[in-house]
Design a protein around this ligand. Structure first.
Ligand code: PAN
Ligand code: ZN
Length: 195
């Protein structure tokens, strides 16, 4: 039988910290190439290297039926018009789906079907669950003014494949327009920035 420490985790819904679980930290320098506005990115990096997000992961066992989960905390902010975001990934085991549950703050999930490239922007808020199907690249975006915290639950065998996203990024970006989050084609955003 598992110990109580393996069965129960206590997390803070505002900070995203899980008692006794170290968190992976991602700073602005770790997200090179993710934001469309390269000049705004370099300026923000020169001004400091802020923490963008932390993820504490609970990965008790890795058998075929096991589940893992992580609690994420993504800071509010923007690079140019683009909101702070996670790196984003596909699961190495492509069939693996995931369930995200919002805990605090206001954000969206950017979902992109790997084969068609079809993109969806789905709200991520407290008391809402977002189903991320298999074969779907997913990125979390903070569109609010306070830290966005959430839980993500996925098969233990899912694995994280960052390489495809690092190569080509997501097809769409989420930017602030007239005070609201709007999803646009990244190529359109790059054209606007170049003009
Ligand atoms: C999440 C993510 C978390 C951080 O736990 O790992 O939101 O995002 P990146 O992994 O893209 O940096 C998850 O989707 N796990 O599968
Ligand atoms: Zn995932």
């Amino acid at each position: 039988m598992h110990s109580i420490a393996q069965l129960l985790s206590c997390f803070d819904p505002v900070t995203g910290n899980i008692a006794g679980v170290p968190a992976t930290q991602r700073r602005l320098e770790d997200l090179r190439g993710c934001f469309a506005d390269a000049a705004a990115y370099e300026a923000a990096l020169a001004a400091g290297n802020p923490l963008l997000y932390r993820v504490a992961s609970v990965e008790p066992a890795a058998g075929p039926g096991d589940l893992h989960y992580g609690v994420g905390c993504l800071m509010p902010g923007k690079i140019g018009a683009e909101y702070f975001l996670t790196k984003g990934h596909l699961h190495s085991w492509r069939q693996a789906a995931e369930i995200y549950i919002g805990l605090a703050g206001e954000g969206v999930m950017l979902l992109e079907d790997e084969s068609s490239g079809e993109s969806r922007m789905v709200p991520l808020r407290p008391h809402q669950a977002v189903y991320v199907p298999g074969h779907t690249a997913h990125r979390t975006i903070n569109t609010g003014t306070m830290p966005l915290t959430y839980v993500g639950i996925y098969p233990a065998h899912a694995g994280h494949d960052y390489a495809a996203i690092a190569r080509r990024n997501f097809r769409c970006a989420v930017i602030e327009q007239d005070g609201h989050p709007v999803m646009i084609e990244r190529s359109e955003l790059l054209k606007t920035l170049a003009s």
